[in-house]
Design a protein around this ligand. Structure first.
Ligand SMILES: [Zn+2]
Length: 86
C-alpha cells in the first residue's frame, strides 16, 4: 500500500466516525423524546383524568388535555421559551 492510499483510507475512516457520531446524537435525541412521550402519555389531566396528548406548538413540546383543560410543558422547554421572550 502506498502512503497516498493510506491517507485516503484514514480520511475515509474519519468520515465513518463522524457519521457514526451524528447517528449517535440523533439516536440519543430520539430516545429522549421517546422517553418524554412515554412518561407524559402516562400522565393524566388532574381535572378529567384523561391521558395527555403529546403535541408540538411552534416547536415547543407540549402535553395537552384532550378535553382542553390545559397544557403541560417540561421545565427545560419552559426555560427555553422564557429565554426567547426576553
Ligand atoms: Zn382534562
Amino acid at each position: 500500500m502506498t502512503s497516498d492510499n493510506k491517507d485516503r483510507l484514514g480520511s475515509k475512516l474519519h468520515d465513518v466516525e463522524a457519521a457514526r457520531e451524528d447517528q449517535w446524537a440523533r439516536q440519543r435525541d430520539a430516545d429522549l423524546l421517546e422517553k418524554m412521550r412515554e412518561r407524559m402519555s402516562k400522565t393524566a389531566c388532574p381535572h378529567c383524568k384523561q391521558f395527555l396528548v403529546a403535541k408540538s406548538e411552534a416547536g415547543v413540546p407540549l402535553h395537552v388535555c384532550p378535553a382542553g383543560h390545559g397544557a403541560w410543558i417540561d421545565a427545560p422547554a419552559l426555560k427555553a421559551v422564557l429565554k426567547e421572550q426576553k
